[in-house]
Design a binder for this molecule. Structure first.
Ligand code: EPZ
Length: 417
C-alpha cells in the first residue's frame, strides 16, 4: 500500500498546472461508443479512473491508442456490449456506457455499480430516463439489461439533479428518433463539455449548462477531435492548499468562471484573489476566517470541494458550518482530521468546525477521493510529519499530486507502506 509522507508547516509558493477534468473525460470516453469513426481527445488526465475506463472500453472491443494526454478511440468493431462487475465495482462512472451502448447497438448489459464510501448512489434516474426513451430495461442478477430497437425522443424530468444521469440520458437521446427534452438537468461544466464533444460529432444539442437540455436525434454520429476542459476540482484543491499553508500560488490552465462559488468562499475566508483568462492566484497571510458552506448542484458550492474546505476551516479563527446536501455519507474525513487536532462536531449532514491555531502531523487514512485531498491539505499545513495511507483513493482523481506539490515547495514523498 502506498503512502504520502508529508512534513508540514511550509508555505506553498509558485505556479501549478491543472490537468484535464476527470469528470469530463469519463463521459467523453464513453461517447466514443456512439460512432464507428475515430474520436481524438486531448488533455485527457492520466488518472486511475481514466485507465479503468479505457480498460473497460477495450474489453468491449474499442480500439484505444494513448500517447500521454492524447487518446484516440474507435468503436467501429465492437465485440461486446457488456460492462462486467469486476471493472464496474471499482468505478461507478462505468454506468456511463449504458446509454451509448443502448443508443447505437440497441443492447447493453452493465453491472449495477453498487454503493461506494460516500453513499448508496443509485442509478434509478438513468434507468427511468432510458425507459422513457422506449428501452426495455430490466435488473437481472445485479446487471442493468437494456434492449431497444431504436430509442424515441421524449420529455424527461429527473427527480433530482444528477450529473452522470444527465450525461447518460444526453448520450441516449443523440441517436433517438425525434426530440428529447431533459428538464431539471445538471448544469456542471462537465455536462457542457460532453455536449460540446457530442455536437462536434454531429449531435444536435442545445441548452447544456441550463436546467433544460434539448436534443434532436440524428441517424449517426461521426468522429471528431475534442480537448477536455480543465479540472475545476483539482484547481480548487490547490487553491485550498495555498490558503491552508498561508501561501501564494498561481493555478494555471483553469476556467475561473467554473470556480466562482469556490473563489467566493475563499475570499470570504480572507484570501487575496486575482484571476485572468486561464489562471487564478491566491495569497493568504493570516489565519483563515470562518465560513458557512452548503453544497448544492452547480453553479452552487460543489460537493467535491466540501472536504478540502473543511481542512482550511479547521485552521480558521472561529467556527465554520459545513452542510452536505448531495451525499449521505461524505464526512468520513472528519475523524481523520480530528487525529490531527481538528475540532469538528457532526450533527446529521452538518459539521461545525471550530478552528484551531495549528494542526499536528499524524498518520491518517484516506477513505474516498476528496477526503484524501482534504487530508493532504491538512498535512501540508500541520506542524510535523504526517503520512496519508491508501493513496489509491487519491490517484483516482489527482494526476502526479506529489510532483505538483513539490514544485510549490512542499516536503512530500510517495513511499511504499
Ligand atoms: C458525479 O457523480 C461526479 N462523478 C461526482 O464526483 C460528484 O460528486 C457528483 O456528480 C455530484 O456533483 C462523475 O461525474 C464521474 P449525481 P454522480 O448523480 O453523477 C442521487 C468525484 O469526487 N441520485 O449527481 O454519481 C445521488 O445518490 C466524484 O469526482 C439518485 O438518487 O452524482 C446523489 O445523492 C464523487 N439516483 C445525488 O443524486 C440517480 O439515478 C447527486 O448524484 C442518480 C443520482
Amino acid at each position: 500500500m502506498e503512502k504520502l509522507k508529508i512534513r508540514g508547516g511550509r508555505r506553498l509558493v509558485g505556479e501549478v498546472h491543472v490537468s484535464g477534468a476527470k469528470n469530463a473525460a469519463l463521459p467523453i470516453l464513453c461517447a466514443s461508443l456512439l460512432t464507428a469513426q475515430d474520436l481524438k481527445l486531448s488533455n485527457v488526465p492520466d488518472l486511475a479512473d481514466v485507465r479503468t475506463m479505457l480498460r473497460l472500453l477495450e474489453g468491449m472491443g474499442v480500439k484505444v491508442e494513448r500517447r500521454g494526454h492524447e487518446v484516440t478511440l474507435n468503436a467501429g468493431a465492437l465485440t461486446s456490449t457488456v460492462a462486467p462487475y469486476e471493472l464496474v465495482k471499482t468505478m461507478r462512472a462505468s454506468i456511463l456506457t449504458l446509454c451509448p451502448l443502448a443508443a447505437r447497438f440497441g443492447s447493453a448489459r452493465v453491472s449495477l455499480p453498487g454503493g461506494c464510501a460516500i453513499g448508496a448512489r443509485p442509478v434509478d434516474q438513468h434507468i427511468k430516463g432510458l425507459r422513457a426513451l422506449g428501452a426495455k430495461v430490466e435488473i437481472d442478477h445485479g446487471y442493468v439489461d437494456a434492449q431497444a430497437s431504436r430509442l424515441k425522443g421524449a420529455r424527461i424530468v429527473t427527480d433530482m439533479v444528477t450529473v452522470t444521469g444527465t450525461e447518460n440520458l444526453m448520450m441516449a437521446a443523440v441517436l433517438a428518433e425525434g426530440r428529447t427534452v431533459i428538464e431539471n438537468a445538471a448544469r456542471e461544466p462537465e455536462v457542457s463539455d460532453l455536449a460540446e464533444c457530442l455536437n462536434a460529432m454531429g449531435a444536435r444539442i442545445s441548452g447544456a449548462g441550463t436546467p433544460t437540455i434539448v436534443i434532436d436525434g440524428v441517424e449517426t454520429l461521426h468522429g471528431a477531435e475534442h480537448r477536455v476542459i480543465a479540472d475545476r476540482i483539482e484547481a480548487g484543491s490547490y487553491l485550498c492548499a495555498a490558503a491552508a499553508t498561508r501561501g501564494d500560488v498561481l493555478v494555471r490552465g483553469c476556467v475561473p468562471h467554473d470556480l466562482e462559488a469556490v473563489t467566493a468562499k475563499l475570499a470570504e475566508m480572507g484570501a487575496g484573489l486575482e484571476q485572468g483568462g486561464d489562471w487564478i492566484r491566491l495569497s493568504m497571510s493570516g489565519r483563515p476566517h470562518p465560513v458557512k458552506i452548503r453544497t448544492t448542484p452547480h453553479p452552487g458550492f460543489p460537493t467535491d470541494m466540501q472536504a478540502q474546505f473543511m481542512a482550511v476551516a479547521a485552521l480558521a479563527d472561529g467556527a465554520s458550518e459545513i452542510t452536505e446536501t448531495i451525499f449521505e455519507n461524505r464526512f468520513m474525513h472528519v475523524p481523520e482530521l480530528a487525529r490531527m487536532g481538528a475540532k469538528i462536531r457532526v450533527n446529521g449532514n452538518t459539521a461545525v468546525v471550530t478552528g484551531v491555531e495549528t494542526l499536528e502531523g499524524a498518520d491518517v487514512m484516506a477513505t474516498d477521493l476528496r477526503a484524501s485531498a482534504s487530508l493532504v491539505i491538512a498535512a501540508l499545513a500541520a506542524q510535523g510529519e504526517s503520512t496519508v495511507d491508501r493513496l489509491y483513493h487519491l490517484d483516482r482523481g489527482y494526476e502526479r499530486m506529489e510532483e505538483k506539490l513539490r514544485v510549490l515547495g512542499a516536503d512530500v514523498e510517495r513511499v511504499r507502506g
